[in-house]
Design a protein around this ligand. Structure first.
Ligand code: AHR
Length: 499
């Protein structure tokens, strides 16, 4: 059996918004403290930021960085994290049952983002325990040039120039019963609308994200989006989606097919948004901010108890090659819907379900999931072409028969290059791939076929073996006239670049 598809630039999905390659920094575990921020570490700069971690973040190629939560934000007072560090309060963080020292806050975050080339900040306002007034105060502190108490405070705290933050989340996962200050859809919709309306008065250039569903399996999915958008349709730009996947009860076949859920979740959310737009007779289109996505082993026991420690080891998942293949398929799902998914955040960035790990006082290294993200961010810019893979299938418990090969392709109209991203979900067999190129006569050769695979599907990178897994060059991939021929090894992530 062979997997096949046709590429024709006349049939495109849409342009990739660079914000698709965003990530997420939450005050959770060691994402901030001893992750990206560790004063006293040999590699720390004058701001206490770890330069070894910054180098990896730049290599990863993240664009929008969401902050400061996550569940954390729903119990957070942003004012605690600004001003002289010695006077900042120590607080309980009820979301993660940790102690928050507030030594890192908004201005430290902004200094961090400025050091990540090509990245922009995305802030979440607390709509769990707070509301319109606090969101306005934060916006004034962040974006107003000066001459008011809040904006002059920012200047007095050392940041003369306004931050100019464009992207704002109106709360986090407000549909989730676990969320501090959880709300019913109507209640949240009204609060989000009032907040959005007032924020636009202060800064008309903001781009606002209303909370959608925390997962497709949420009992309120669909009804929640409809109700929230009935209140906010004209006032927000995006609705959020969150999705995490893990292998459960040894069902690896279903786990490998997780992106089937991602794609249907996106399509169902788009349909819900558009149905509200139709009901309101609106010409406006609501885009998707998929602002939390990843593989997350949330049902595994935690390494450390949540007993009010400072920066405990929470959610420090160590990703295997299998996880990286699933992760790659999630990225492919986002790209395949680039016309409506205009922003996405890999949750999270360092140590906490992250592509980058660190040891306090020690090194930083790349997890297996680092590689698909870095490659997609680097080479997945341009126009996504339609890809309908004709692939052999395999049976899964959760999703029925699923194609073994999932793929997307991105054309860079400035260079003429085309990059194919593909996963082979088979745990046992390599699969031949044939891609017929139409209207792509300018393409003459394969410059690279990079593959992430391993004889051990559970291979991973660790402190002891930080470079155990890395992508390697595949051989035998050719452009044979107008047909690309390649072999996708069993259980693999692939990037094939044509010029
Ligand atoms: O990313 C970890 C957590 O997952 C976030 O805090 C929350 O928004 C989601 O449930």
């Amino acid at each position: 059996p062979t997997a096949r598809f046709v590429l024709d630039p006349a049939f495109a999905v849409g342009d990739v918004d660079p914000r698709l390659f965003g990530s997420f920094v939450e005050h959770l575990g060691r994402c901030v403290y001893t992750g990206l921020y560790e004063p006293g570490h040999p590699a720390a700069d004058a701001d206490g930021l770890r330069t070894d971690v910054l180098d990896l973040i730049r290599e990863l190629g993240v664009t929008a960085i969401r902050y400061p939560g996550g569940n954390f934000v729903s119990g957070y007072d942003w004012e605690d994290g600004v001003g002289p560090k010695e006077t900042r309060p120590r607080r309980l963080d009820p979301a993660w049952r940790s102690t928050e020292t507030n030594q890192f806050g908004l201005s430290e975050f902004m200094a961090f983002v400025r050091k990540v080339d090509g990245a922009e900040p995305m802030l979440a306002a607390n709509l769990g325990t707070r509301g319109v007034r606090e969101a306005l105060a934060l916006l004034e502190y962040a974006n107003h040039p000066g001459g008011t108490t809040r904006s002059d405070q920012r200047i007095a705290h050392g940041d003369k120039e306004p931050y100019g933050v464009r992207l704002w989340c109106l709360g986090n996962e407000m549909d989730g019963p676990w969320q501090i200050g959880h709300k019913e859809a109507d209640e949240y919709g009204k609060l989000a609308a009032a907040t959005a309306w007032a924020m636009r008065l202060v800064d008309p250039d903001v781009r606002l994200v209303a909370c959608g569903s925390s997962a497709q399996f949420m009992p309120t999915f669909g009804a929640w989006e409809s109700a929230v958008l009935e209140h906010t349709y004209d006032l927000v730009d995006y609705i959020s989606m969150h999705a995490y996947y893990e292998e459960k009860e040894g069902d690896r076949d279903s786990f490998l097919a997780s992106a089937v859920d991602t794609e249907s979740f996106i399509e169902n959310t788009v349909a819900t948004c558009d149905s509200v737009g139709a009901r309101l007779k609106s010409k406006k289109r609501i885009d998707i901010a998929f602002d939390e996505w990843n593989v997350w082993y949330s049902s595994r026991p935690e390494a450390e108890p949540r007993n009010w420690q400072q920066a405990p080891r929470l959610l420090e998942d160590v990703y295997t090659v299998t996880d990286a293949v699933v992760f790659g398929s999630l990225l492919i799902a986002l790209l395949r819907h680039a016309d409506r998914v205009r922003l996405a955040c890999l949750a999270q960035l360092v140590n906490v379900i992250a592509p980058i790990m660190t040891e306090p006082g020690g090194p930083a290294w790349r997890q297996t999931t680092f590689f698909p993200f870095a490659q997609a961010s680097r080479h997945g810019r341009g126009r996504v072409l339609q890809v309908n893979v004709d692939s052999p299938t395999y049976p899964t418990e959760k999703f029925g028969d699923v194609p073994l090969v999932q793929a997307t392709a991105v054309a860079d109209d400035t260079t003429g290059a085309v990059t194919v991203f593909a996963v082979n979900r088979s745990q046992t067999d390599a699969l031949p791939l044939e891609v017929a190129l139409r209207g792509l006569d300018g393409l003459t050769r394969v410059v690279e076929h990079s593959v992430l695979t391993d004889p051990d599907p559970d291979a991973r990178n660790t402190l002891d073996q930080p470079e155990r897994v890395a992508p390697a060059a595949a051989t035998g991939t050719v452009l044979d006239g107008a047909v690309l021929r390649a072999t996708l090894p069993a259980l693999s992530w692939n990037m094939i670049r044509l010029v």
